[in-house]
Design a protein around this ligand. Structure first.
Ligand code: BES
Ligand code: MN
Ligand code: ZN
Length: 509
Protein backbone atom coordinates (compact mmCIF):
# COMPACT_ATOMS: atom_id res chain seq x y z
CA UNK A 1 0.00 0.00 0.00
CA UNK A 2 1.10 3.57 -0.70
CA UNK A 3 0.85 6.46 1.75
CA UNK A 4 0.87 9.93 0.35
CA UNK A 5 0.71 13.44 1.74
CA UNK A 6 -2.07 15.14 -0.21
CA UNK A 7 -1.19 18.72 -0.92
CA UNK A 8 -3.75 19.56 -3.62
CA UNK A 9 -6.81 21.54 -2.56
CA UNK A 10 -9.62 19.30 -1.47
CA UNK A 11 -11.68 19.64 -4.63
CA UNK A 12 -8.63 18.65 -6.66
CA UNK A 13 -7.70 15.63 -4.55
CA UNK A 14 -8.08 12.68 -6.86
CA UNK A 15 -9.30 9.29 -5.88
CA UNK A 16 -12.43 7.39 -5.16
CA UNK A 17 -13.38 9.01 -1.90
CA UNK A 18 -12.54 11.97 0.28
CA UNK A 19 -13.11 11.17 3.93
CA UNK A 20 -13.90 14.07 6.22
CA UNK A 21 -14.55 13.76 9.95
CA UNK A 22 -17.11 16.13 11.45
CA UNK A 23 -17.36 16.93 15.15
CA UNK A 24 -20.67 16.85 16.95
CA UNK A 25 -20.26 20.50 17.85
CA UNK A 26 -19.88 21.85 14.31
CA UNK A 27 -21.93 22.01 11.15
CA UNK A 28 -20.94 19.99 8.10
CA UNK A 29 -20.13 23.30 6.35
CA UNK A 30 -17.82 24.36 9.16
CA UNK A 31 -16.16 20.97 9.24
CA UNK A 32 -15.49 20.96 5.52
CA UNK A 33 -14.35 24.58 5.53
CA UNK A 34 -12.07 23.78 8.39
CA UNK A 35 -10.36 21.09 6.35
CA UNK A 36 -10.15 23.20 3.24
CA UNK A 37 -12.12 26.17 2.03
CA UNK A 38 -11.45 25.03 -1.50
CA UNK A 39 -14.09 22.31 -1.62
CA UNK A 40 -16.47 24.98 -2.81
CA UNK A 41 -14.21 26.34 -5.50
CA UNK A 42 -15.83 24.37 -8.30
CA UNK A 43 -19.31 25.54 -7.42
CA UNK A 44 -19.94 27.68 -4.36
CA UNK A 45 -23.32 26.19 -3.69
CA UNK A 46 -21.93 22.67 -3.76
CA UNK A 47 -20.78 22.69 -0.17
CA UNK A 48 -24.25 23.68 0.97
CA UNK A 49 -25.81 20.97 -1.15
CA UNK A 50 -23.57 18.38 0.45
CA UNK A 51 -24.37 19.64 3.92
CA UNK A 52 -28.09 19.57 3.20
CA UNK A 53 -27.93 16.03 1.88
CA UNK A 54 -25.99 14.94 4.96
CA UNK A 55 -28.55 16.51 7.28
CA UNK A 56 -31.35 14.84 5.38
CA UNK A 57 -29.64 11.52 6.04
CA UNK A 58 -29.76 12.36 9.74
CA UNK A 59 -26.05 13.12 10.01
CA UNK A 60 -25.13 15.09 13.13
CA UNK A 61 -21.46 14.25 13.68
CA UNK A 62 -22.18 11.66 16.34
CA UNK A 63 -19.31 9.19 16.63
CA UNK A 64 -19.73 6.31 14.23
CA UNK A 65 -22.16 7.97 11.82
CA UNK A 66 -21.25 7.72 8.15
CA UNK A 67 -22.78 9.16 5.00
CA UNK A 68 -21.45 8.52 1.54
CA UNK A 69 -22.33 11.27 -0.93
CA UNK A 70 -21.61 11.38 -4.66
CA UNK A 71 -19.96 14.55 -5.91
CA UNK A 72 -21.23 14.57 -9.52
CA UNK A 73 -17.97 15.86 -10.90
CA UNK A 74 -17.75 18.85 -8.56
CA UNK A 75 -14.61 17.43 -6.98
CA UNK A 76 -11.90 15.33 -8.58
CA UNK A 77 -12.80 12.52 -6.17
CA UNK A 78 -15.96 10.59 -6.88
CA UNK A 79 -17.41 10.67 -3.39
CA UNK A 80 -17.27 12.54 -0.14
CA UNK A 81 -17.63 10.40 2.93
CA UNK A 82 -18.61 12.24 6.08
CA UNK A 83 -17.90 10.47 9.33
CA UNK A 84 -19.00 11.54 12.79
CA UNK A 85 -16.14 12.15 15.22
CA UNK A 86 -18.31 12.72 18.29
CA UNK A 87 -17.35 15.27 20.92
CA UNK A 88 -14.22 17.22 20.12
CA UNK A 89 -13.02 16.93 23.72
CA UNK A 90 -13.19 13.13 23.49
CA UNK A 91 -11.54 12.88 20.08
CA UNK A 92 -8.35 10.83 19.92
CA UNK A 93 -6.53 8.27 17.79
CA UNK A 94 -8.88 5.53 19.04
CA UNK A 95 -11.83 7.31 17.44
CA UNK A 96 -9.86 7.55 14.20
CA UNK A 97 -8.89 3.91 14.27
CA UNK A 98 -12.48 2.79 14.86
CA UNK A 99 -13.89 4.90 12.07
CA UNK A 100 -11.16 3.71 9.73
CA UNK A 101 -11.91 0.08 10.62
CA UNK A 102 -15.61 0.48 9.97
CA UNK A 103 -14.97 2.29 6.69
CA UNK A 104 -12.35 -0.23 5.64
CA UNK A 105 -14.78 -3.07 6.32
CA UNK A 106 -17.57 -1.40 4.39
CA UNK A 107 -15.54 -0.11 1.47
CA UNK A 108 -13.49 -3.22 0.91
CA UNK A 109 -16.73 -4.74 -0.36
CA UNK A 110 -16.67 -2.09 -3.10
CA UNK A 111 -14.39 -2.97 -5.98
CA UNK A 112 -14.41 0.61 -7.23
CA UNK A 113 -12.50 2.01 -4.30
CA UNK A 114 -8.74 1.86 -4.68
CA UNK A 115 -7.62 5.28 -3.43
CA UNK A 116 -8.99 7.30 -0.56
CA UNK A 117 -8.01 10.65 0.85
CA UNK A 118 -8.40 11.06 4.59
CA UNK A 119 -8.48 14.54 6.09
CA UNK A 120 -6.63 14.79 9.40
CA UNK A 121 -8.44 16.93 11.96
CA UNK A 122 -7.09 19.08 14.77
CA UNK A 123 -8.60 18.91 18.19
CA UNK A 124 -8.86 16.28 20.86
CA UNK A 125 -5.80 14.56 22.23
CA UNK A 126 -2.89 13.12 20.28
CA UNK A 127 -1.10 14.57 17.31
CA UNK A 128 -1.40 14.15 13.57
CA UNK A 129 1.15 11.32 13.49
CA UNK A 130 -0.90 9.30 15.93
CA UNK A 131 -4.01 9.96 13.87
CA UNK A 132 -2.31 8.94 10.64
CA UNK A 133 -1.02 5.74 12.17
CA UNK A 134 -4.42 4.94 13.69
CA UNK A 135 -6.17 5.47 10.37
CA UNK A 136 -3.90 3.07 8.52
CA UNK A 137 -3.97 0.46 11.28
CA UNK A 138 -7.74 0.65 11.69
CA UNK A 139 -8.34 0.46 7.96
CA UNK A 140 -6.21 -2.65 7.59
CA UNK A 141 -7.81 -4.33 10.61
CA UNK A 142 -11.33 -3.58 9.43
CA UNK A 143 -10.65 -4.87 5.92
CA UNK A 144 -9.51 -8.29 7.11
CA UNK A 145 -11.25 -11.36 5.81
CA UNK A 146 -10.25 -14.99 5.60
CA UNK A 147 -11.29 -16.53 2.33
CA UNK A 148 -8.82 -19.29 1.70
CA UNK A 149 -11.42 -22.04 1.79
CA UNK A 150 -14.20 -20.18 -0.04
CA UNK A 151 -14.26 -21.71 -3.49
CA UNK A 152 -16.66 -19.06 -4.78
CA UNK A 153 -14.55 -16.10 -3.70
CA UNK A 154 -13.34 -15.32 -7.20
CA UNK A 155 -16.80 -14.11 -8.20
CA UNK A 156 -17.18 -12.02 -5.10
CA UNK A 157 -14.99 -9.08 -6.03
CA UNK A 158 -13.24 -7.43 -3.15
CA UNK A 159 -11.39 -4.18 -3.34
CA UNK A 160 -7.74 -3.99 -2.53
CA UNK A 161 -7.08 -0.43 -1.61
CA UNK A 162 -3.81 0.70 -3.10
CA UNK A 163 -3.32 4.20 -1.83
CA UNK A 164 -4.22 6.20 1.24
CA UNK A 165 -3.60 9.91 0.87
CA UNK A 166 -3.86 12.23 3.85
CA UNK A 167 -4.63 15.87 3.82
CA UNK A 168 -3.59 18.26 6.55
CA UNK A 169 -0.14 16.83 7.29
CA UNK A 170 2.27 19.66 7.97
CA UNK A 171 5.25 17.82 9.44
CA UNK A 172 8.04 16.20 7.49
CA UNK A 173 7.52 13.35 5.08
CA UNK A 174 9.74 10.99 7.02
CA UNK A 175 7.62 11.22 10.15
CA UNK A 176 4.54 10.71 8.04
CA UNK A 177 5.77 7.55 6.42
CA UNK A 178 7.11 6.23 9.75
CA UNK A 179 3.68 6.71 11.32
CA UNK A 180 1.88 5.09 8.41
CA UNK A 181 4.22 2.14 8.19
CA UNK A 182 3.99 1.52 11.95
CA UNK A 183 0.21 1.33 11.51
CA UNK A 184 0.62 -0.91 8.50
CA UNK A 185 3.02 -3.25 10.26
CA UNK A 186 0.86 -3.68 13.35
CA UNK A 187 -2.31 -3.99 11.24
CA UNK A 188 -0.89 -6.55 8.83
CA UNK A 189 0.78 -8.55 11.59
CA UNK A 190 -2.48 -8.68 13.52
CA UNK A 191 -4.22 -9.92 10.38
CA UNK A 192 -1.48 -12.49 9.97
CA UNK A 193 -2.21 -13.76 13.49
CA UNK A 194 -5.93 -13.84 12.65
CA UNK A 195 -5.18 -15.98 9.66
CA UNK A 196 -3.19 -18.43 11.77
CA UNK A 197 -6.15 -18.68 14.15
CA UNK A 198 -8.71 -18.99 11.36
CA UNK A 199 -6.88 -21.95 9.86
CA UNK A 200 -8.47 -25.20 10.99
CA UNK A 201 -6.57 -27.37 13.44
CA UNK A 202 -5.94 -30.00 10.76
CA UNK A 203 -3.74 -27.43 9.00
CA UNK A 204 -2.46 -25.21 11.80
CA UNK A 205 -0.56 -27.91 13.67
CA UNK A 206 2.35 -27.34 16.06
CA UNK A 207 4.70 -28.10 13.15
CA UNK A 208 2.99 -25.47 11.02
CA UNK A 209 3.31 -22.89 13.81
CA UNK A 210 7.00 -23.77 14.03
CA UNK A 211 7.33 -23.32 10.29
CA UNK A 212 5.75 -19.85 10.51
CA UNK A 213 8.12 -18.95 13.34
CA UNK A 214 11.11 -20.00 11.26
CA UNK A 215 9.88 -17.96 8.35
CA UNK A 216 9.55 -14.87 10.55
CA UNK A 217 12.97 -15.49 12.07
CA UNK A 218 14.56 -15.74 8.66
CA UNK A 219 12.81 -12.67 7.35
CA UNK A 220 14.13 -10.44 10.13
CA UNK A 221 17.42 -12.14 10.91
CA UNK A 222 16.18 -13.35 14.29
CA UNK A 223 17.38 -16.59 15.80
CA UNK A 224 14.64 -19.21 15.81
CA UNK A 225 14.89 -22.52 17.65
CA UNK A 226 12.33 -25.26 17.24
CA UNK A 227 12.61 -28.17 19.66
CA UNK A 228 11.02 -31.54 19.06
CA UNK A 229 9.77 -33.96 21.69
CA UNK A 230 13.19 -35.54 22.34
CA UNK A 231 14.77 -32.14 22.95
CA UNK A 232 11.86 -31.00 25.09
CA UNK A 233 12.33 -34.12 27.17
CA UNK A 234 16.01 -33.31 27.65
CA UNK A 235 15.03 -29.92 29.04
CA UNK A 236 12.85 -31.71 31.57
CA UNK A 237 9.56 -30.15 30.56
CA UNK A 238 7.44 -32.88 32.07
CA UNK A 239 4.43 -30.66 32.46
CA UNK A 240 4.31 -29.59 28.80
CA UNK A 241 5.02 -33.13 27.61
CA UNK A 242 2.21 -34.51 29.74
CA UNK A 243 -0.28 -32.57 27.64
CA UNK A 244 1.43 -33.60 24.40
CA UNK A 245 1.12 -37.30 25.24
CA UNK A 246 -2.45 -37.72 24.09
CA UNK A 247 -1.85 -36.35 20.60
CA UNK A 248 -0.47 -37.96 17.49
CA UNK A 249 0.64 -34.60 16.09
CA UNK A 250 4.16 -33.98 17.42
CA UNK A 251 4.55 -31.14 19.91
CA UNK A 252 6.99 -28.29 19.27
CA UNK A 253 8.67 -25.83 21.60
CA UNK A 254 9.38 -22.66 19.67
CA UNK A 255 11.75 -19.85 20.59
CA UNK A 256 12.34 -16.64 18.66
CA UNK A 257 14.99 -14.19 19.80
CA UNK A 258 15.15 -10.52 18.99
CA UNK A 259 18.34 -9.13 20.51
CA UNK A 260 19.41 -5.60 19.58
CA UNK A 261 22.94 -4.64 20.66
CA UNK A 262 22.47 -2.28 23.57
CA UNK A 263 19.16 -3.42 24.96
CA UNK A 264 19.14 -3.12 28.73
CA UNK A 265 16.12 -5.29 29.33
CA UNK A 266 14.81 -8.61 28.05
CA UNK A 267 11.06 -9.11 27.82
CA UNK A 268 9.73 -12.62 27.34
CA UNK A 269 6.36 -13.04 25.63
CA UNK A 270 5.05 -16.51 26.19
CA UNK A 271 2.14 -17.89 24.19
CA UNK A 272 -0.20 -20.79 24.77
CA UNK A 273 -0.12 -22.79 21.55
CA UNK A 274 -2.80 -25.44 21.92
CA UNK A 275 -3.66 -25.95 18.26
CA UNK A 276 -6.76 -27.84 19.31
CA UNK A 277 -8.24 -28.27 22.78
CA UNK A 278 -10.54 -31.27 22.98
CA UNK A 279 -10.12 -31.27 26.76
CA UNK A 280 -8.20 -34.55 26.66
CA UNK A 281 -9.75 -37.37 28.69
CA UNK A 282 -11.63 -34.70 30.65
CA UNK A 283 -13.35 -34.29 27.30
CA UNK A 284 -15.24 -31.12 26.46
CA UNK A 285 -18.85 -31.33 25.37
CA UNK A 286 -19.32 -30.71 21.62
CA UNK A 287 -20.57 -27.13 21.95
CA UNK A 288 -17.53 -26.10 23.98
CA UNK A 289 -15.17 -27.77 21.54
CA UNK A 290 -16.50 -26.14 18.39
CA UNK A 291 -14.12 -23.18 18.26
CA UNK A 292 -11.17 -24.72 20.07
CA UNK A 293 -8.84 -24.19 17.13
CA UNK A 294 -8.49 -20.72 18.62
CA UNK A 295 -6.71 -22.10 21.67
CA UNK A 296 -3.44 -21.15 19.95
CA UNK A 297 -4.38 -17.45 19.89
CA UNK A 298 -1.68 -16.66 22.44
CA UNK A 299 0.93 -18.30 20.20
CA UNK A 300 -0.39 -16.41 17.18
CA UNK A 301 -0.12 -13.15 19.12
CA UNK A 302 3.48 -13.94 20.01
CA UNK A 303 4.38 -14.64 16.37
CA UNK A 304 2.69 -11.45 15.20
CA UNK A 305 4.44 -9.45 17.91
CA UNK A 306 7.82 -10.88 16.92
CA UNK A 307 7.09 -9.92 13.35
CA UNK A 308 6.37 -6.33 14.41
CA UNK A 309 9.43 -6.23 16.63
CA UNK A 310 11.60 -7.57 13.82
CA UNK A 311 10.27 -4.88 11.49
CA UNK A 312 10.22 -1.83 13.75
CA UNK A 313 13.30 -2.75 15.81
CA UNK A 314 12.71 -1.29 19.28
CA UNK A 315 15.69 -1.04 21.60
CA UNK A 316 14.70 -3.84 23.93
CA UNK A 317 15.32 -7.59 23.72
CA UNK A 318 12.30 -9.75 23.14
CA UNK A 319 12.17 -13.48 23.67
CA UNK A 320 9.18 -15.07 21.97
CA UNK A 321 8.30 -18.45 23.46
CA UNK A 322 5.58 -20.84 22.32
CA UNK A 323 4.63 -24.20 23.74
CA UNK A 324 2.68 -25.85 20.94
CA UNK A 325 0.72 -29.08 21.08
CA UNK A 326 -2.77 -30.43 20.64
CA UNK A 327 -4.72 -31.49 23.72
CA UNK A 328 -6.17 -34.82 22.66
CA UNK A 329 -7.55 -37.95 24.35
CA UNK A 330 -5.33 -40.46 22.52
CA UNK A 331 -4.62 -43.84 24.08
CA UNK A 332 -1.43 -42.53 25.63
CA UNK A 333 -3.17 -39.44 27.03
CA UNK A 334 -2.81 -38.21 30.58
CA UNK A 335 -5.20 -39.89 32.97
CA UNK A 336 -6.89 -37.62 35.43
CA UNK A 337 -4.88 -38.18 38.60
CA UNK A 338 -1.52 -38.54 36.85
CA UNK A 339 1.41 -36.72 38.41
CA UNK A 340 3.87 -34.71 36.31
CA UNK A 341 7.21 -33.16 37.18
CA UNK A 342 7.65 -29.70 35.71
CA UNK A 343 10.92 -28.23 34.49
CA UNK A 344 11.39 -26.35 37.78
CA UNK A 345 11.04 -29.60 39.75
CA UNK A 346 7.55 -29.00 41.12
CA UNK A 347 5.14 -31.94 40.93
CA UNK A 348 1.63 -31.49 39.60
CA UNK A 349 -1.39 -33.72 40.03
CA UNK A 350 -3.49 -33.44 36.89
CA UNK A 351 -6.99 -33.59 38.30
CA UNK A 352 -8.44 -32.19 35.08
CA UNK A 353 -6.79 -32.73 31.70
CA UNK A 354 -8.78 -29.82 30.28
CA UNK A 355 -6.75 -27.40 32.41
CA UNK A 356 -3.89 -27.99 29.97
CA UNK A 357 -2.98 -24.39 29.16
CA UNK A 358 -1.39 -23.77 32.54
CA UNK A 359 0.55 -27.05 32.21
CA UNK A 360 2.22 -26.01 28.97
CA UNK A 361 2.75 -22.42 30.13
CA UNK A 362 4.36 -23.57 33.39
CA UNK A 363 7.38 -25.00 31.58
CA UNK A 364 7.46 -22.19 29.03
CA UNK A 365 7.67 -19.66 31.89
CA UNK A 366 10.42 -21.62 33.65
CA UNK A 367 12.30 -21.80 30.36
CA UNK A 368 11.99 -18.02 29.88
CA UNK A 369 13.34 -17.33 33.36
CA UNK A 370 16.30 -19.62 32.63
CA UNK A 371 16.89 -17.70 29.40
CA UNK A 372 17.46 -14.59 31.49
CA UNK A 373 14.21 -12.72 30.88
CA UNK A 374 13.83 -9.68 33.14
CA UNK A 375 10.10 -9.51 32.62
CA UNK A 376 7.57 -12.18 31.67
CA UNK A 377 4.28 -11.67 29.86
CA UNK A 378 2.22 -14.71 29.03
CA UNK A 379 -0.79 -14.60 26.76
CA UNK A 380 -3.35 -17.38 26.63
CA UNK A 381 -6.93 -18.38 26.01
CA UNK A 382 -6.73 -19.85 29.47
CA UNK A 383 -10.15 -20.04 31.11
CA UNK A 384 -13.83 -20.12 30.35
CA UNK A 385 -14.22 -18.34 33.69
CA UNK A 386 -12.77 -15.12 32.29
CA UNK A 387 -15.44 -15.13 29.58
CA UNK A 388 -18.08 -15.49 32.29
CA UNK A 389 -16.56 -12.65 34.31
CA UNK A 390 -15.74 -10.09 31.62
CA UNK A 391 -17.51 -11.19 28.48
CA UNK A 392 -15.84 -10.46 25.18
CA UNK A 393 -14.93 -6.80 25.60
CA UNK A 394 -11.87 -7.12 27.81
CA UNK A 395 -9.10 -9.58 28.58
CA UNK A 396 -8.21 -10.38 32.17
CA UNK A 397 -4.80 -9.34 33.41
CA UNK A 398 -3.16 -10.71 36.53
CA UNK A 399 0.35 -10.89 37.83
CA UNK A 400 2.95 -10.31 40.45
CA UNK A 401 4.16 -6.84 39.65
CA UNK A 402 1.63 -4.03 39.89
CA UNK A 403 3.80 -1.54 38.03
CA UNK A 404 4.12 -3.92 35.08
CA UNK A 405 0.37 -4.54 35.09
CA UNK A 406 -0.32 -0.83 35.04
CA UNK A 407 2.08 -0.25 32.17
CA UNK A 408 0.30 -3.01 30.25
CA UNK A 409 -3.15 -1.63 31.01
CA UNK A 410 -2.01 1.76 29.74
CA UNK A 411 -0.49 0.18 26.62
CA UNK A 412 -3.71 -1.69 25.91
CA UNK A 413 -5.76 1.50 26.10
CA UNK A 414 -3.29 3.30 23.83
CA UNK A 415 -3.29 0.39 21.43
CA UNK A 416 -7.08 0.19 21.18
CA UNK A 417 -7.66 -2.87 23.37
CA UNK A 418 -8.88 -3.32 26.91
CA UNK A 419 -7.43 -5.19 29.88
CA UNK A 420 -9.13 -5.59 33.23
CA UNK A 421 -7.25 -6.64 36.32
CA UNK A 422 -8.47 -9.65 38.28
CA UNK A 423 -7.34 -10.38 41.85
CA UNK A 424 -4.71 -12.82 43.06
CA UNK A 425 -5.70 -13.24 46.68
CA UNK A 426 -3.54 -15.63 48.71
CA UNK A 427 -6.59 -17.66 49.66
CA UNK A 428 -6.97 -18.87 46.07
CA UNK A 429 -3.86 -20.96 46.56
CA UNK A 430 -5.82 -23.28 48.83
CA UNK A 431 -7.78 -24.52 45.84
CA UNK A 432 -4.61 -25.81 44.19
CA UNK A 433 -3.47 -27.97 47.13
CA UNK A 434 -3.07 -31.60 46.19
CA UNK A 435 -3.08 -34.64 48.47
CA UNK A 436 -0.39 -36.36 46.45
CA UNK A 437 1.73 -33.68 44.72
CA UNK A 438 2.98 -30.13 45.27
CA UNK A 439 0.04 -28.73 43.34
CA UNK A 440 -2.98 -29.78 41.38
CA UNK A 441 -3.82 -28.13 38.10
CA UNK A 442 -7.51 -27.30 38.55
CA UNK A 443 -9.30 -25.64 41.46
CA UNK A 444 -12.95 -26.05 42.41
CA UNK A 445 -15.41 -25.68 39.52
CA UNK A 446 -17.20 -22.39 39.43
CA UNK A 447 -14.93 -20.60 41.89
CA UNK A 448 -12.59 -17.84 40.70
CA UNK A 449 -11.33 -19.99 37.83
CA UNK A 450 -9.24 -17.28 36.16
CA UNK A 451 -7.55 -16.19 39.36
CA UNK A 452 -6.80 -19.78 40.37
CA UNK A 453 -5.21 -20.38 36.97
CA UNK A 454 -3.01 -17.33 37.53
CA UNK A 455 -2.08 -18.57 41.02
CA UNK A 456 -0.94 -21.79 39.38
CA UNK A 457 1.21 -19.97 36.82
CA UNK A 458 2.80 -17.86 39.54
CA UNK A 459 4.45 -21.03 40.88
CA UNK A 460 6.64 -21.05 37.76
CA UNK A 461 7.92 -17.48 37.44
CA UNK A 462 10.65 -17.64 40.10
CA UNK A 463 9.66 -14.29 41.55
CA UNK A 464 10.29 -12.39 38.29
CA UNK A 465 8.03 -9.49 37.31
CA UNK A 466 5.26 -11.31 35.47
CA UNK A 467 1.93 -10.55 33.87
CA UNK A 468 -0.65 -12.97 32.56
CA UNK A 469 -3.18 -12.02 29.90
CA UNK A 470 -6.24 -14.27 29.70
CA UNK A 471 -7.65 -13.52 26.26
CA UNK A 472 -10.31 -16.26 26.07
CA UNK A 473 -13.12 -13.64 25.91
CA UNK A 474 -12.10 -11.01 23.35
CA UNK A 475 -10.05 -13.58 21.46
CA UNK A 476 -13.17 -14.80 19.68
CA UNK A 477 -16.19 -12.80 18.49
CA UNK A 478 -19.46 -13.90 16.93
CA UNK A 479 -19.90 -10.53 15.21
CA UNK A 480 -17.61 -7.92 13.68
CA UNK A 481 -16.93 -5.10 16.12
CA UNK A 482 -14.93 -1.98 15.16
CA UNK A 483 -11.32 -3.07 14.59
CA UNK A 484 -12.12 -6.67 15.49
CA UNK A 485 -13.54 -9.22 13.14
CA UNK A 486 -15.88 -12.09 13.66
CA UNK A 487 -13.98 -15.27 14.57
CA UNK A 488 -10.45 -15.26 15.98
CA UNK A 489 -9.49 -11.63 16.63
CA UNK A 490 -5.79 -11.89 17.52
CA UNK A 491 -6.53 -9.87 20.62
CA UNK A 492 -3.37 -8.82 22.44
CA UNK A 493 -1.14 -8.13 19.45
CA UNK A 494 -1.75 -4.39 19.63
CA UNK A 495 -1.26 -4.33 23.40
CA UNK A 496 1.98 -6.30 23.27
CA UNK A 497 3.34 -4.22 20.39
CA UNK A 498 2.36 -0.93 21.99
CA UNK A 499 4.01 -2.01 25.23
CA UNK A 500 7.22 -3.31 23.70
CA UNK A 501 7.64 -0.35 21.34
CA UNK A 502 7.11 2.00 24.28
CA UNK A 503 9.67 0.15 26.42
CA UNK A 504 12.07 0.12 23.48
CA UNK A 505 11.75 3.88 23.25
CA UNK A 506 12.54 4.46 26.91
CA UNK A 507 15.60 2.28 26.73
CA UNK A 508 17.10 4.41 23.97
CA UNK A 509 16.65 7.70 25.87
N1 BES B 1 -8.94 -23.44 26.35
C1 BES B 1 -9.73 -23.56 27.52
C2 BES B 1 -10.29 -22.22 27.99
C3 BES B 1 -11.34 -21.61 27.11
C4 BES B 1 -12.67 -21.84 27.37
C5 BES B 1 -10.98 -20.76 26.12
C6 BES B 1 -13.63 -21.23 26.60
C7 BES B 1 -11.93 -20.17 25.34
C8 BES B 1 -13.26 -20.39 25.59
C9 BES B 1 -8.91 -24.13 28.66
O1 BES B 1 -7.92 -25.01 28.30
C10 BES B 1 -9.85 -24.85 29.54
O2 BES B 1 -10.41 -25.81 29.11
N2 BES B 1 -10.02 -24.38 30.78
C11 BES B 1 -10.89 -24.99 31.70
C12 BES B 1 -10.21 -25.01 33.04
C13 BES B 1 -10.91 -25.84 34.08
C14 BES B 1 -10.93 -27.28 33.68
C15 BES B 1 -10.22 -25.66 35.39
C16 BES B 1 -12.18 -24.17 31.77
O3 BES B 1 -12.10 -22.95 31.68
O4 BES B 1 -13.24 -24.76 31.86
MN1 MN C 1 -8.66 -26.98 28.08
ZN1 ZN D 1 -7.18 -24.79 26.39
Amino acid sequence: MQYIVESAPLWRATGDAIIVGIFLSESVEDGLNNVDKALAEGDTSFLEKLATSAREEGFTGKAGQTVILPTYGQTAAKRVILVGLGKQTEFNARVTSKLAANLGRRLSANEHIARVCFCLRDGGTGGAAEQARAFVEGWILGSYSFRKYKTQSKDEKRAEIREIAMKGWSGNEKEFSAACSAGETVGNSTNFARMLIAEPACFMTPSRLAHEAQRIGKEHGMNCTVMDVAEIEKLGMGSFLGVARGAKEPAKFIVLRYEPKNAKKKIAVVGKGITFDSGGLSLKPAVSMEHMKYDMSGAAAVLATMNVVGTLKPNVSVLGVIAATENMPGSNALHPGDVLTAMNGKTIEVNNTDAEGRLVLADALTFSVKEGADELIDIATLTGAIVTALGRCAAGVMGSDQALLERLIKASADGGERLWQMPMFDEYKEALKSDVADLKNAGSRGEAGSSCAAMFLQEFVEGKPWAHLDIAGPGWLDKDRDESNKGGTAFGVRTLCQYILEQGKEESN
